[in-house]
Design a protein around this ligand. Structure first.
Ligand SMILES: [Fe+2]
Length: 350
């Protein structure tokens, strides 16, 4: 097995380069690092191009930025007053600009993301994913340039309060105690307190940090605000936050698949989440990302090869196995947006 895409650490270093022959030692190392999958060259799915809405480079720089911002203000390194002064807003701003530049090259604005990452870096890659998703939603909802930038900064810094929570708590494997959960639930308020003083950050961005765990029906935290008191940018960031959290492996549970996360969001649309935001979300995030293996109602199995807009649930699938599980000599492409009798019935992991 050869690696089809390079795997990077959150510091931007290449952990394993594309083209590397994977042996048992490498695979064990990846598992140790908490990497939950990899793109493999298999000679069959070569023409399935896995492209992200933003480049690897932009993503890695952004992860590096949020990591350095949060590590600088780590609870163990400084007291609250110092932390406030140390938030490097200009770095956050330039990371958001670069993501926006990349997004502007991707006219379709469809996020098709099979995310592979190390879970120790969860907070950092999560912050970047929430930023990408929020920005895509913000653009789709026709926010203006200034609003988009505020949304991006707020999304990137939404969990900044976590830097002031003892690490042993949120990196703890297994379930949290009630007390630990109460402490973690303080991170939105802590984040707001870190940002609200800052002249270089709009108050709206600070409120995204404060309100991203609120829910439209008032069941969220820290204040249990009702929907009409939750800023519309926080309404965007919360959907992005929930989607990315659900589709990520955590120390206490396994990730769910994109279509399951989308079902959860649709189930909560109008009660937990803004209906409008969820409606836009499902139009811009591929429920069957490129590269996932699926089973069709015919029993055939294949890999999602191309997303069809706006029919995200009906992509082009490259069929590799027939209904009896035999490898096809010649894989065939089927376009579910044209063949209405065919449908995806299952997503196969691995
Ligand atoms: Fe959070």
């Amino acid at each position: 097995m050869r690696l089809a895409k390079s795997i990077f650490g959150s510091d931007g270093r290449v952990l394993l380069a594309a083209g590397t022959e994977l042996n048992e030692r490498f695979i064990n190392r990846l598992i140790e690092l908490g990497i939950n999958g990899a793109y493999i060259e298999d000679g069959i799915t070569e023409d399935v191009l896995v492209e992200d809405v933003i480049s690897d480079r932009t993503r890695l720089e952004a992860i590096h930025t949020i990591r350095s911002i949060m590590e600088d203000i780590d609870l163990e390194k400084c007291v609250d007053e110092e932390a406030r002064e140390k938030v490097k807003v200009d770095l956050a701003r330039s990371a958001v600009s670069k993501i926006l530049d990349d997004l502007s090259l991707n006219r379709d604005l469809i996020v098709s993301l099979l995310d592979l990452r190390t879970y120790n870096d969860y907070t950092f890659s999560h912050s970047v994913n929430v930023t990408i998703l929020s920005l895509v939603l913000g653009v789709a909802l026709s926010l203006n340039e200034l609003e988009i930038r505020d949304l991006g900064i707020g999304a990137l810094l939404h969990d900044i309060g976590m830097a002031r929570i003892p690490k042993k708590m949120y990196l703890k494997p297994g379930p949290l105690t009630k007390r630990e959960y109460e402490i973690i639930k303080e991170h939105p308020k802590i984040g707001f307190d870190l940002l609200k003083w800052n002249q270089d950050i709009s108050l709206v961005a600070a409120h995204i940090a404060y309100q991203h765990h609120e829910r439209m029906n008032g069941s969220g935290y820290p204040r249990g605000l009702p929907g009409e008191r939750i800023h519309r940018f926080a309404q965007i960031a919360m959907v992005a936050d929930v989607y990315d959290a659900l589709t990520s492996d955590r120390s206490y549970r396994k990730r769910v698949l994109p279509h399951e996360a989308v079902e959860y969001l649709m189930g909560g649309a109008g009660t937990l989440f803004s209906l409008k935001v969820v409606e836009v979300f499902v139009k811009h995030v591929a429920i069957y990302p490129i590269g996932v293996m699926v089973r069709l109602n015919t029993g055939e199995k294949g890999v999602v090869a191309k997303i069809n807009k706006p029919l995200l649930a009906r992509p082009v699938v490259k069929i590799i196995y027939d209904k009896d599980g035999n490898l096809l000599k010649e894989p065939k492409m089927v376009d579910l947006s044209k063949e209405f009798t065919l449908s995806i019935v299952e997503v196969l992991e691995g």
